[in-house]
Design a protein around this ligand. Structure first.
Ligand code: WTA
Length: 629
């Protein structure tokens, strides 16, 4: 880890329309935050009471460093809170999910319809032997059935592990095996940019090395439908058609696991982040409602995929626990043209729009004339997540999309935190470049490596100082790795990000301190890409760095040494690119591959990526005393 360093701070500030503030769920951030600090358990106790529990909790939290339990001995079901609570509570006919396909096809599922679908699919899963505590892997395109499958698992108490549909066969197989999934839910194909993505082929490849999977449920979308192998495959529609309509929600302990979601590690294999039922429900419910300021008539569009934590928390669990209408769209922002998203905002009357800086920068590149063709006056709140929202992108988003009316909530959080931890709450002055302040409920700071807070203007490590309800509970099968989060800097959870505060306590996130590369909002571990490259027969060694990119935040550059007999050249670059794509998926593909005779290494044989990076960016490599020769 680097030492602390000085940072030049942006000084621009935007003052929101005072009417936003008066009407917000949190009309006075400063007061809400001090009420929370005064009585943290009382604060979360109040929030949890807004939801339905089968049995109340004895204690709000039990903190046994670094292990937390929340809502101890409480019993609940999160799917019950996302569905039954609304069906019986006046939202029966309210749209829960509006799905838009690239072809223009649309499907609306009311809360009642979604409830029925989920119950039937849950019964279908249990007919395949899925019960409480068992793992189900979900590898699907962005269709309502993906969300149905997640909620059906939650209803049964089964633990889902959603794998983003853009991952390749090796990444999928590794995640299936690590989670020891018994059932896989997938689809024959996805559709993207007018092309058909053959998911079932990727699945069949992965399944050659996943002995734990007993059955695969396949949603068949293509016409004519492909034949299934009755020994191991089950048709989604048939499974649902023959399932009984009613399925009671299983009563879960607050601390029972709800899902595993993999995030890239800086060394070795991806980490299976484990979230539990009670705290995760309360944390995502509160932040969805307060940070986006969701009101009864809102229509929320979070453009992520449920395969990422953003989709888990702010497409599925948070918004549905609140009872809002959620838009999902299968496809890309610029297909068939760069107006595709704005057309949808206009047609569906989207009021809350949540996306990633990489998408905003892409829209900037296409120009403000695209959004200007559409009526975006329904928009009320804009959100950003995944990487720093640089001031230029903030300004563009604010004016070209928000018409200068909409507050921007730049939300900092992680797969591990489960919920937003930092943002500028609606109605508070906004500082471009700064995510904002800790939300009520979170205690966040910027410190040096000994854990002492650093003064404003000095960069340091972003840490969380108190447990929070939706914190990860462990890393699946690797609790040691979990403890590392809490013992890197004494007394704190270390996020792995560098940050800086200003005089007023606004926090600017600067990027990752370790070897993660954030490409277009997705976390890619250097180690994963390197091992994919090295698995090619021509490659001896590989080192991967992140290189700043105006559009994607970072792109991957790979330095490769070849085995004797292999010939460098464009042909090999193409081949390696295809190889990584097949193994890890398109997000992990290097934008540049450079062949080298040798890689810089330490005496103990560790590749010195920072030396490569410094050379690439024309910077001083710093201390190179450990460099071999
Ligand atoms: C980065 C995504 C700056 C950060 C929810 C973090 C951000 C990592 C922001 C987690 C933001 C996320 N500003 N950086 N608003 N939000 N990050 O697990 O480096 O996919 O550690 O969770 O994304 O990525 P993850």
């Amino acid at each position: 880890m680097a030492e602390t360093f000085a940072v030049k701070l942006e000084e621009r500030c935007y003052y929101p329309d005072p009417r936003c503030k008066a009407a917000a769920w949190t009309p006075d951030y400063t007061r809400a935050y001090s009420e929370f600090l005064h009585d943290p358990d009382g604060f979360w106790d109040q929030v949890a009471r807004e939801l339905d529990w089968f049995e109340p909790w004895d204690r709000v939290k039990e903190w046994n460093y670094p292990y937390a339990k929340w809502f101890v001995n409480g019993r609940l079901n999160i799917a019950y809170n996302c569905l039954d609570r609304h069906v019986t509570g006046g939202r029966r006919d309210k749209p829960a999910i509006i799905w838009h396909a690239e072809s223009g096809e649309q499907q609306v599922l009311t809360y009642e319809a979604l409830h029925h679908e989920v119950m039937r699919f849950a019964n279908g899963l249990s007919s395949l032997g899925v019960g409480k505590g068992e793992r189900v892997c979900i590898y699907m395109p962005l269709v309502p059935e993906q969300i149905v499958a997640m909620l059906a698992c939650a209803r049964l108490g089964a633990v889902h592990s959603v794998v983003f549909g853009g991952f390749g066969a090796d990444a999928l197989a590794m995640r299936i095996n690590d989670a020891d999934a018994k059932v896989l839910v997938t689809a024959d194909v996805g559709y993207r940019r007018g092309k058909t993505i053959p998911l079932r082929e990727i699945v069949n490849d992965a399944l050659t090395r996943t002995p734990c999977v007993e059955k695969t449920v396949v949603l068949r979308r293509e016409i004519p439908a492909a034949d299934l192998d009755p020994a191991r495959e089950v048709d989604y529609a048939e499974l649902v058609a023959r399932a009984a309509p009613d399925c009671p929600a299983v009563s879960m302990d607050s601390e029972d696991p709800l899902f595993i979601l993999y995030t890239s590690g800086s060394t070795g294999a991806p980490k299976g982040i484990v979230h539990t039922c009670g705290g995760y429900m309360v944390g995502t419910y509160y932040t969805a409602r307060h940070d986006f300021d969701i009101k009864e008539t809102d229509v929320l569009w979070c453009t992520a995929d449920p395969g990422w934590i953003t989709g888990h928390s702010y497409i599925v669990y948070g918004p549905l626990a609140v009872g809002t209408t959620v838009v999902i769209a299968e496809g890309t922002p610029d297909y068939p043209d760069p107006g595709a998203y704005w057309q949808l905002v206009q047609d569906l009357g989207v009021t809350i729009f949540y996306t990633a800086p990489t998408a905003i920068r892409m829209f900037m590149r296409y120009g403000a004339e695209w959004p200007a063709k559409y009526d975006l006056s329904s928009l009320r709140v804009l959100g950003s997540v995944g990487e720093p929202l640089n001031p230029e992108a903030f300004e563009w988003y604010y004016h070209a999309i928000g018409g200068g009316r909409c507050p921007i909530v730049d939300t900092w959080w992680q797969t591990e935190t489960g919920m937003h931890m930092i943002t500028t709450m609606i109605g508070e002055p906004m500082r471009p470049g700064f995510a904002g302040k800790p939300i009520p409920g979170a205690v966040v700071d910027v410190v040096d490596r000994r854990g002492n807070p650093v003064p404003p203007g000095t960069g340091g490590f972003l840490v969380i100082k108190e447990p929070w309800p939706s914190m990860l509970r462990t890393v699946h099968g690797n609790d040691e790795r979990y403890r590392t989060y809490w013992n890197t800097i004494p007394g704190c959870y270390t996020a792995g990000d560098l940050a800086v505060k200003d005089e007023e306590g606004y926090i600017m996130v600067l990027g990752r301190a370790d070897d993660l590369i954030v490409v277009a909002g997705h976390n890619i571990g250097t180690a994963e890409v390197e091992s994919a490259l090295v698995s090619h027969e021509a490659v001896a060694e590989a080192a991967v760095i992140g290189k700043p990119d105006a559009l994607k935040g970072n792109v991957i550059k790979a330095f490769v040494t070849l085995r004797v007999g292999a010939t460098p050249g464009d042909g090999l670059v193409d081949e390696l690119t295809r190889h990584v794509k097949k193994s890890l998926g398109p997000v992990a593909v290097p934008a540049e591959i450079e062949f080298m005779d040798r890689l810089p290494k330490t005496r103990s044989g560790k590749i010195m990526r920072r030396v490569l990076k410094a050379r690439e960016l024309g910077m001083d490599p710093g201390d190179i005393s450990t460099l071999e020769e």
